[in-house]
Design a protein. Structure first.
Length: 326
């Protein structure tokens, strides 16, 4: 991997300006053109895309993913430096410089608070944001109020929202975090470009083992696109070693904990797994299997090098395959 990355870097440095595509291409094609190596795309870059987006590197827009870097590749080094930052990036840098003393204090903590959210995990961040918004008198939060329609009024330059009770309200700006297809339906088919917009679903599984030091030191690993399905039947995207990230908490709890990302674009065209019937007996499963988002506390199975999960909400991959054929 290091050899391929070095060779790619050298080729990038000596490419002539103007060689890169001016029109949008997939991220995979962009990296292949830049490096001249399809193997780098399949073995390295696709793994990084799995960890960031869970998407297919050959379907993700290079212009969207790379932003200004896509355009700067066609410029000389001096021109690229003069390109500057976008307004949103300038605002971020300005705010970051103001908060720099606080950021340095957080980074100096052991473990650094910038990457460690304590025993409540990454969920602490959205919870803190929600609590902050709820305490703001200017913010109104409505939960359990589905939207059935979105319509733009060009004369008033306003957006009309219709809820499931057919009640309408007018807003200056609307931000949708739903899938492109759903937004296309809500707008009554007005935004044609959203019809073919694709999105992916990612399943997360936490696995805990009573044995310590089951994984080597490090953050974890990502699985590239070149990995054949027969070697990755659970459609895992990557595995992160939570035990190494939260070492202080891990010493108190003991055991080994890993966090598995599954699915993404590999779920395309596949039926979702059915929820299994509760079982009181441990059943063998692999370390990355279809399961509920809750933590699976597992112990090694004497008859198998895999794990025996003591969770009533866990389904083995073989059980899921059987449900597909039934």
């Amino acid at each position: 991997m290091l050899k391929g990355g070095l060779w790619w870097t050298l080729k990038w440095r000596f490419r002539r300006p103007g060689w890169f595509p001016k029109d949008d291409v997939s991220l995979g094609e962009y990296v292949e053109r830049a490096s001249g190596s399809r193997q780098l795309v399949e073995d390295v870059a696709s793994a990084g895309v799995h960890g960031i987006w869970g998407g297919d590197i050959d379907k993700i827009s290079a212009m969207s993913a790379l932003g200004l870097h896509f355009q700067s590749a066609n410029l000389t080094y001096g021109q690229a430096e003069d390109l500057g930052l976008r307004v949103t990036e300038q605002r971020f840098v300005s705010q970051f410089l103001q908060d720099r003393p606080y950021v340095k204090t957080m980074y100096a903590l052991k473990p650094p608070a910038l990457v460690n959210f304590g025993k409540f995990g990454l969920e602490s961040l959205p919870i803190a944001l929600a609590n902050s918004l709820e305490s703001d008198s200017r913010v109104e939060m409505r939960l359990g109020n589905p939207i059935s329609g979105i319509e733009y009024d060009p004369s008033e330059r306003k957006v009309k929202i219709t809820d499931s009770n057919q009640q309408t309200e007018v807003y200056d700006k609307v931000i949708s975090t739903t899938s492109g297809q759903h937004a296309y339906q809500l707008t009554g088919g007005k935004l044609k470009h959203l019809q073919d917009s694709e999105s992916v679903n990612i399943m997360t599984v936490n696995l805990w083992y009573p044995q310590e030091t089951l994984v080597p030191p490090g953050l974890g690993y990502l699985i590239p696109k070149s990995c054949p399905p027969e070697l990755n039947p659970e459609r895992a995207l990557g595995v992160f070693f939570d035990s190494n990230v939260a070492e202080q908490q891990q010493r108190q709890e003991g055991g080994t904990k890993v966090f598995v990302l599954m699915g993404g674009h590999q779920y395309d065209g596949m039926e979702p797994p059915r929820r299994p019937r509760p079982s009181t007996r441990p059943r063998p499963c692999s370390t990355a299997t279809w399961a509920s988002p809750s933590t699976c506390r597992a112990t090694p199975s004497p008859s198998s090098p895999r794990a025996a999960c003591r969770s009533t909400t866990l389904a083995t991959t073989d059980a899921w395959r059987a449900s597909r054929t039934s």
